[in-house]
Design a protein around this ligand. Structure first.
Ligand SMILES: Nc1ncnc2c1ncn2[C@@H]1O[C@H](COP(=O)(O)OP(=O)(O)O)[C@@H](O)[C@H]1O
Ligand SMILES: [Mg+2]
Length: 250
């Protein structure tokens, strides 16, 4: 019942929720007996089954596992894109499932940077506009937001492509823009779903280097991947998903 005691101690209301100080956060991510069942007609698909996981600031967590083992489903739950059918999800100690979608949307924007396998840039926005996009709820002026987005583009060495549309960029370039977008609002957590799967060797290495760099800045990184270049990096905590069950890798 320790979990319930812990919950009682948390008394957030929408407006006073303001996470500024990472040092005050006990766990960046905590999953307690998380399940996700998809109902398809009379079929029940158990995509995630009884997952427990604690991730702290500065951790680099890698989850590998066969296609269909539940990696994307788990990442979406951590990122508050999806809800578990059972269990508790705490992000920055906040029980995010207890809140409505509009809270979850702004919480997501401020706390989690998402990097997808297929980049998911908005096709009608330029590179810099894509990076500015998650900052739209910020109180900063548009000029300040643009400046910040440009520094993020500089950090991924893409400033020379600021005004290009996604279709004018290579896969590796699009993924670097997507990483800059994930860094908008300086989130403490970066979630990446097979971020190097569609990239050539050179672009893959750039993306790996950027992920390690983000981790050095004390962010927690959670990556779903088969990429040996990520898995075999020192200080990585390696887990495997098998039929929805998360296991620590030997
Ligand atoms: N929205 C959905 N509706 C129904 N089944 C789903 C949905 N999303 C995923 N699944 C199923 O859940 C299982 C895990 O999928 P997924 O999390 O995408 O695995 P992975 O990312 O490891 O390939 C698969 O059997 C998949 O078909
Ligand atoms: Mg997947």
């Amino acid at each position: 019942m320790a979990d319930d005691d812990y919950l009682d101690a948390v008394d957030y209301t929408r407006d006073d929720l303001d996470i500024e100080d990472l040092e005050d956060v006990k766990h960046v991510v905590r999953l307690v007996d998380v399940h996700r069942v998809f109902a398809l007609g009379t079929n029940q698909i158990e995509a995630v089954t009884g997952v427990n996981l604690t991730v702290d600031a500065g951790d680099f967590v890698v989850v590998s596992g066969k296609s269909g083992s539940g990696k994307t489903t788990l990442l979406n739950i951590i990122g508050a894109i999806d809800l578990p059918t059972r269990g508790r999800v705490f992000v920055m100690d906040v029980p995010i499932n207890d809140y409505d979608e509009s809270f979850r949307a702004s919480f997501r924007l401020n706390n989690t940077g998402f990097i997808f396998q297929s980049y998911n840039l908005v096709s009608t926005l330029t590179a810099i506009e894509n990076v500015m996009f998650p900052m739209q709820l910020s109180e900063k002026s548009r000029a300040e937001i643009r400046d910040e987005a440009m520094s993020l583009l500089v950090s991924v060495e893409m400033e020379h492509r600021a005004d290009h549309l996604p279709w004018q960029l290579s896969s590796g370039e699009q993924q670097r823009i997507a990483i800059a977008r994930a860094m908008a609002n300086d989130p403490p957590i970066i979630l990446a779903d097979e971020p190097t799967a569609n990239l050539d060797g050179y672009s893959g290495q750039k993306v790996r280097d950027l992920l390690f760099e983000l981790n050095k800045q004390d962010r927690a990184i959670i990556v779903m991947t088969h990429d040996e270049g990520i898995i075999n990096q020192p200080n990585v905590q390696h887990y495997k998903m098998e039929l929805g069950v998360l296991k620590q890798h030997a």
